[in-house]
Design a binder for this molecule. Structure first.
Ligand SMILES: Nc1nc2c(ncn2[C@@H]2O[C@H](COP(=O)(O)OP(=O)(O)OP(=O)(O)O)[C@@H](O)[C@H]2O)c(=O)[nH]1
Ligand SMILES: [Zn+2]
Length: 370
């Protein structure tokens, strides 16, 4: 069988340089480097808050020619008592810049065991698009949602450069640029007639997978499951969540029905990444529920987007689905992105001693229908 590679012209090719610019900036941030973010308000040199040291902070301030500032989500600012909002981004300044320990204390709830620094003269105010872009870039890099920045006052220093608009448009552009790059037959334990189809954005960023079972009829609503990646539950059988049961249960149910598709979406930890999910687990062990742990870290309770899922369904020729889920947000999101959900099919599995609280929180606070 020939591989069904998509060879049609790519109208989104123009978007690729901006995707690549963001991709480079992500790599730079993740290895503790400096990134120059351009915006109509001016440019800032930034680094990820979780990557700073006293030396790198001094280097950042010297290269930009101004003191370091800290950009935090409104969520995190609220937790610290520095802001009174649940949205947006706050800029925190001390007048003379920050040291590494203060940044750690402000940005990372896990750093609280450090001796608490004295916070005198901190000023926090709602920030504009420049700081928002810096925080968004840290999130795209799957790091803590906090950025240290310094405004560039004279000549732009040498650094990887990205524009704020490229950062804010990244997720949508990446989703729209998804293309099928491979498809292979992979017989599964509970679904022998399965194929795995891989989709890649044009910058070579994170790939998403579709597990196509049987031969779905595109003229009928297709039984579908949007499954967000969960390394701990899917692979290790973690009992903290219900993901492993839901993954294997969906594959078995689709196979029993005859055909359908499971989209395996690379948005681990409700979109915050595996490392941040582990940080959230640590917070849950000290008493926060699954949603509040996200908020303590400075994230929204759910950071996922479903445009990639809608795009993959379209590329598979599917426009109507019967959706296996308990989460009404998934139904709404697919509809918003042009996929008709003809029916919500409940997808509930028995709880265990470790995930009862997690499932209860989903029902009482996230609107999951159990
Ligand atoms: N941040 C965070 N993510 C978690 C936690 N527990 C599980 N997850 C993630 O939550 C996601 C669960 O995804 P799904 O099962 O697709 O979604 P859902 O919102 O539960 O909806 P349905 O299962 O469709 O009803 C996975 O990405 C998990 O990694 C947690 O305590 N904190
Ligand atoms: Zn899970």
């Amino acid at each position: 069988m020939t591989r069904s590679l998509d060879t049609t012209p790519k109208p989104e090719a123009l978007a690729t340089p901006s995707l690549v610019a963001v991709d480079r900036a992500i790599a730079e941030l993740r290895r503790g480097g400096l990134v120059l973010v351009g915006h109509a308000e001016g440019a800032a040199l930034m680094m990820a808050a979780e990557a700073v040291s006293d030396e790198s902070l001094a280097q950042l301030a010297a290269a930009a020619g101004s003191p370091t500032l800290l950009a935090l989500t409104g969520r995190r600012a609220g937790v610290l008592g520095l802001g009174d909002t649940e949205s947006g981004v706050f800029r925190v300044s001390s007048g003379h810049g920050f040291d590494g320990e203060t940044i750690a204390w402000l940005a990372d709830p896990g750093a609280r065991s450090l001796p608490m620094p004295v916070f005198s003269g901190l000023d926090a105010r709602r920030a504009g698009g420049l700081d928002e872009a810096c925080v968004a870039l840290a999130k795209l890099a799957r790091l803590l949602p906090a950025a240290v920045l310094a405004l560039v006052v004279s000549a732009a220093p040498e650094a990887v450069r990205v524009e704020a608009a490229q950062i804010t448009g990244y997720q949508e552009n990446a989703a729209r640029s998804l293309r099928q790059v491979s498809a292979a037959r992979v017989p599964l334990e509970n679904a022998e007639n399965a194929r795995i189809v891989a989709f890649r954005p044009s910058d070579g960023g994170i790939e998403h997978l579709a597990i196509v079972i049987g031969d779905p009829d595109p003229d009928q609503p297709v039984l579908a499951r949007l499954h967000s990646e969960c390394f701990t539950g899917d692979l290790l059988g973690s009992l903290r969540c219900d993901c492993g049961d839901q993954l294997r249960g969906a594959i078995a149910e689709i196979a029993q029905t005859g055909s359908g598709v499971l989209l395996y979406l690379a948005q681990e930890g409700r979109g915050i990444g595996l490392v941040n999910k582990l940080r959230a687990y640590e917070l849950q062990d000290s008493g926060f529920d699954t949603l509040d742990a996200n908020l303590q870290l400075g994230f929204d309770d759910d950071e996922r987007i479903y445009l990639p899922a809608a795009q993959m369904l379209r590329l598979l020729g599917i426009s109507r689905v019967r959706l296996l889920t308990n989460n009404p947000l998934k139904v709404d999101a697919l509809a918003r992105h042009g996929i008709e959900v003809t029916e919500r099919v409940p997808h509930v599995f028995p709880s265990n001693d470790h995930n009862q609280g997690y499932l209860r929180t989903k029902a009482t606070r996230s609107g999951h229908l159990f």
